[in-house]
Design a binder for this molecule. Structure first.
Ligand SMILES: [Zn+2]
Ligand SMILES: [Zn+2]
Length: 180
C-alpha cells in the first residue's frame, strides 16, 4: 500500500492546531519525509540545522516500518508530536525538548479534538525481526538472543558479581548462530 503523503496532513494540522504558523505564506518551515526501512528506534523525529534565521533548515522524519502497519491515527499523532517540536523550535524560538511549552501545546491539542492523542513518547510496537544469534555467558550460562553479532560484549551480571561492575574478559559472551 502506498504511504500517505505527509504534506496535506501537515497543512491540515498546521491550520487546526498551530494557527498556520508552521507554514507562513503557505511555505512549510520543515521538510517532511518518510524514512527508509531502517528507522525503528522511534516513530518520528524532528531536527534542525543552522542557527541564524536565514540558514535554518528543519526536517520531520516519520518511520515507515513502524507506522505503515498501524492505523492512520498513529501517523497523525506522531506527525503532530514532531510538529509541536518544530513549533517550539521555529515559531517560539525556545530550546527545549519535552518542556513546558511542548507539554502545554500537547495538552491543548489533546483537549480539543478526539481523533488522535499526542503522547510524550511514541509507544508503538517494533515489528519483530528474528534473532540470528544466541550470546552465551561462559560463567553463568545465561543465553540472550541478538539480531547481530557484537564484539567485546561481556555478561553484565557476572561483571557485577565477580569484577566489581567492571568489564572483564572472563565474562565475554560467546556468540553462536541460531539456525531457524
Ligand atoms: Zn518528542
Ligand atoms: Zn554471566
Amino acid at each position: 500500500m502506498p504511504l500517505e503523503p505527509l504534506l496535506p496532513l501537515f497543512h491540515q494540522l498546521n491550520r487546526e492546531h498551530f494557527d498556520g504558523r508552521l507554514a507562513p505564506d503557505d511555505r512549510p518551515l520543515v521538510v517532511l519525509r518518510w524514512s527508509d526501512g531502517r528507522l525503528t528506534r522511534t516513530a518520528g523525529l524532528y531536527r534542525r540545522w543552522g542557527s541564524s534565521p536565514g540558514e535554518m533548515r528543519s526536517e520531520i522524519l516519520l518511520s515507515r516500518p513502524l507506522l505503515d502497519p498501524l492505523p492512520r491515527t498513529a501517523t497523525l499523532s506522531t506527525l503532530c508530536h514532531e510538529m509541536i517540536h518544530a513549533w517550539v523550535d521555529r515559531v517560539l524560538g525556545v530550546r527545549e525538548a519535552h518542556g513546558p511549552h511542548f507539554r502545554a501545546r500537547m495538552a491543548l491539542i489533546n483537549s480539543r479534538q478526539p481523533g488522535f492523542e499526542v503522547s510524550l513518547r511514541h509507544r508503538f510496537p517494533v515489528p519483530l525481526r528474528p534473532a540470528r544469534w544466541l550470546a552465551r555467558c561462559p560463567r553463568c550460562g545465561l543465553r540472550s538472543p541478538y539480531r547481530r553479532r557484537r564484539e567485546g560484549l561481556a555478561c553484565r551480571l557476572c561483571c557485577e558479581r565477580w569484577h566489581g561492575g567492571r568489564w572483564h574478559a572472563d565474562c565475554l559472551l560467546v556468540f553462536e548462530p541460531l539456525t531457524p
